[in-house]
Design a binder for this molecule. Structure first.
Ligand code: GLN
Length: 308
C-alpha cells in the first residue's frame, strides 16, 4: 500500500479535531482510583515515520500511565532472557472473548490464555530474572531505551493506588503461585503494578510502535536489540490479543498490531514502516481509548495502512 500523501502534522491535527468529541461517549477508568483523576478531554496523536521523523499534535506533553502497554515490553525482556519456548510453555497464544482482568482458562486449562491479558502478563513479569524491584527496573530501562527518553519514570501514586485495590490481580497471582507457574513472592506482583504505572506521552508510544514495526530497531536507527523474530512474536500478540476481546473487530477495521492500556494510550505498529501513538483517557467498554481508536481508524483509512 503506497502512501498517497505524506504524513504531516496538519493532517494529523485534522484527524484529531474530527475525533475529539468521542471522549463524551466513553468513560475514564476509575477502578484504579488514582486513574479516575485524569482529564477526560486530554487528547494527543503522534506518528514516527519510516525515517524516524516525529509528527505530534494535541496534548503531546501530557503524561499518562502505560498500563497494559507495558506488557509488550515485559514480554520482550522475558523472551530475550528465557527463550520463547520456556515462556509459552507456561501460557498460550490464544485470543480471548473475555475482558483483560478475566481469570480466563487459569482453572480449566491451568494456564493463562496469552501474555496480553492480566494473568499472562503478571506471569510474564514474574519470569524476568532478578530479586525485588530489579525486573521492574529492566522494564523501565527498556522503555527509556526504546523512546530515548531518560526522563521517563513511574507514578508512585498510581502504583500505590493499584497495589491497594488490585485484588483481582492479586487473586490471579496466588492461583498461579498455587499451581507452581509462579515461584516468587509478592514483589513480583508489585513489579507488574509498577510497570503499569510508567508514565509516557503519545510520542513515546509512537516510538514503541516504531520499534516493534521495525524488527526492534529504534527510531534513530540504533540496532542494539534488533531481532526480527522477537518483533514478529510481539506484533502477533498485539494483533490477536492487544485490544482484548475487541481484537477481532479491531483487526478487521484497523488491521494493525496494537496495544491499548486503561490509561488511555494505544501504541500501533505499521510493520516495516511507522509507529503511531494515541492518547485519550475516555475508554470504551473493552477498556480501549474511544477517541484513540477513531483517530487510528481514520489515519489507517486515509493512508491505506492495514496489513490486509
Ligand atoms: N494495570 C491495569 C490492571 O492490571 C492494566 C489493565 C489494562 O491496561 N487493560 O488492571
Amino acid at each position: 500500500t503506497a502512501e498517497v500523501t505524506p504524513i504531516s502534522e496538519k493532517a494529523l491535527n485534522s484527524i484529531l479535531e474530527k475525533n475529539r468529541a468521542y471522549y463524551t461517549q466513553g468513560k475514564v477508568a476509575d477502578y484504579i482510583p488514582e486513574l479516575g483523576k485524569m482529564d477526560a478531554k486530554a487528547i494527543a496523536f503522534s506518528v514516527v515515520d519510516k525515517s524516524g521523523k516525529v509528527y505530534n499534535t494535541g496534548d503531546v506533553s501530557k503524561k499518562f500511565t502505560m498500563q497494559s502497554i507495558s506488557k509488550i515490553i515485559a514480554l520482550m525482556i522475558a523472551v530475550n532472557e528465557k527463550g520463547e519456548a520456556n515462556v509459552f510453555d507456561k501460557m498460550g497464544y490464544y485470543g480471548t472473548d473475555k475482558p483483560f482482568n478475566h481469570f480466563g482458562n487459569l482453572e480449566t486449562m491451568g494456564k493463562p490464555l496469552n501474555p496480553m491479558m492480566n494473568a499472562g502478563a503478571i506471569l510474564t513479569t514474574s519470569l524476568i530474572s532478578g530479586d525485588g524491584e530489579k525486573p521492574f527496573v529492566k522494564v523501565l530501562e527498556m522503555v527509556r531505551y526504546i523512546t530515548k527518553n531518560q526522563s521517563i519514570d513511574y507514578s508512585k501514586s498510581v502504583y500505590e493506588s493499584e497495589k491497594a485495590t488490585g485484588h483481582r490481580n492479586r487473586g490471579m497471582f496466588y492461583i498461579m503461585k498455587n499451581s507452581g507457574l509462579i515461584s516468587g513472592n509478592e514483589d513480583q506482583l508489585d513489579n507488574y503494578f509498577r510497570q503499569c504505572s510508567i508514565e509516557v506521552t503519545a510520542e513515546d508510544l509512537a516510538k514503541i510502535g516504531y520499534f516493534f514495526a521495525n524488527q526492534c530497531t529504534r527510531f534513530d536507527g540504533d540496532i542494539t536489540y534488533k531481532n526480527a523474530e522477537t518483533a514478529k512474536l510481539i506484533e502477533s500478540q498485539m494483533l490477536t490479543a492487544g485490544m482484548y476481546e475487541f481484537s477481532g473487530e479491531y483487526s478487521r477495521t484497523v488491521g494493525l498490531p496494537s496495544k491499548s492500556g486503561v490509561g488511555g494510550g494505544i501504541t500501533v505498529s505499521v510493520p516495516g514502516k511507522m509507529g503511531i501513538g494515541v492518547f485519550s483517557p475516555s475508554l470504551d467498554q473493552h477498556g480501549n481509548s474511544f477517541a484513540g481508536y477513531h483517530m487510528i481508524l481514520d489515519l489507517v483509512k486515509q493512508y491505506g495502512l492495514s496489513i490486509f
